[in-house]
Ligand binder design. Structure first.
Ligand code: NAP
Length: 327
């Protein structure tokens, strides 16, 4: 039986990855900070809470990570924990750096000390490309140009992961994932804000949704598909860095079109307003990836398309609203 240690186990990806690994017979340990935001809601939603072994720990506390790795001796380590909300990262830049950048270093050091032959996955992000305006798509070879404290902290963790691979010949991979969503996406993220808002507007519980730049474009996939790629990276003979994406991007306007269409509304303008507080000091307007390497070397490709994803999220939020759990 393989053992996996997951940081960020209570988040969106942590929950989907736990379900995937448990289904494949892994023993799954998850590190949970004392002040957890989601508690076990996401793991409960996927029905796996009772199958995960939890350990107290925090990415900002090196000792707790050292203990977790020493105690569990994992075969695979998935570093998914993060202050993951880009907008907050300007207001909490040092916390974001501590958790996302130094946290990754602490975990890599713990692995080097206790299980140097284990395999390490770092949750890197398309935000690292930022304003790298490349006509067409971003690939693994596109130069980075991060535009937020979040993206900069992730770039540090990216290079530290590469550096441990090159310096100590450890099996360390970066998954450079483009945006991925699901019914358990955090409610502060734009996609979930829209799908929950749509469900609440339909139920008469909310009048309007306040949003930022409607012209921003993202390459959106389904989290359930993307965690498969994480596992596949760690099953390779050699470690590497892989972009995971759909290769298609859509604007927030297009997301609104699809989400409101699910409740029979074609003109969503009366239900949406531009909230200036969502304006970012530096924006990333256009991200679209190419995952040729993942297709070729991992045999991975996305299964859920854009329209199906939006519908899945709206339906889940309608169900929640109707069962009154988010009223
Ligand atoms: P998420 O839902 O926000 O989950 C983040 C997890 O990190 C939560 O379990 C959170 O716990 C935990 N965490 C936060 N601070 C921590 C700390 N100090 N110590 C220990 N754990 C801490 O994010 P996600 O969408 O699952 O994303 C997973 C990873 O992929 C993140 O690193 C994210 O930056 C990266 N990523 C995500 C996307 C995307 O589109 N979803 C794209 C590219 C990369 P609490 O919430 O309980 O505090």
């Amino acid at each position: 039986m393989k053992t996996a240690l997951i940081t960020g186990v209570t988040g969106q990806d942590g929950a989907y990855l736990s379900k995937l690994l448990l289904g494949r017979g892994y023993r799954v340990f998850g590190i949970v900070p004392r002040s957890t935001r989601y508690a076990y809601d996401n793991l409960d939603y996927l029905g796996v809470t009772s199958s995960v072994d939890f350990l107290d720990g925090d990415m900002a506390d090196q000792g707790s990570l050292l203990r977790a790795v020493r105690q569990t001796r994992p075969d695979e380590i998935y570093n998914l924990a993060a202050q993951s909300f880009v907008a907050i990262s300007w207001d909490q830049a040092s916390l974001t750096t501590e958790v996302n950048a130094l946290g990754a270093l602490y975990l890599l050091e713990a692995m080097r000390s206790f299980v140097p032959r284990a395999k390490f996955y770092q949750a890197s992000t398309s935000e690292m490309y930022g304003s790298a305006h490349v006509k067409g798509c971003q690939t693994e070879g596109t130069p980075f140009h991060p535009r937020s404290p979040y993206a900069i902290s992730k770039l540090y963790a990216y290079w530290m992961t590469v550096n441990f691979r090159e310096s100590y010949r450890m099996f360390c991979c970066n998954g450079i994932l483009f945006n991925h969503e699901s019914p358990i996406r955090g409610r502060e993220f734009v996609t979930r804000k829209i799908t929950e808002g749509v469900a609440r507007i339909e139920a008469g519980l909310q009048k309007k949704i306040g949003l930022g730049n409607l012209d921003s474009k993202r390459d959106w996939g389904f989290a359930g598909d993307y965690v498969e790629a994480m596992r596949l990276m760690l099953q390779r003979k050699d470690p590497g860095d892989y972009i995971i994406c759909t290769g298609k991007n859509h604007s927030i306007r297009e997301f609104l079109d699809e989400a409101f269409r699910c409740i029979g509304i074609r003109d969503w303008k009366p239900y949406v307003f531009i909230d200036p507080s969502h304006k970012r000091p530096a924006d990333v307007v256009n991200l679209k990836g190419r995952c040729d390497r993942a297709r070729r070397e991992l045999g991975w490709k996305p299964k859920v398309g854009f329209k199906e994803l939006v519908r899945m999220m709206v339906e889940a939020d309608r169900e929640r609203v109707n069962s009154s759990s988010v009223r």
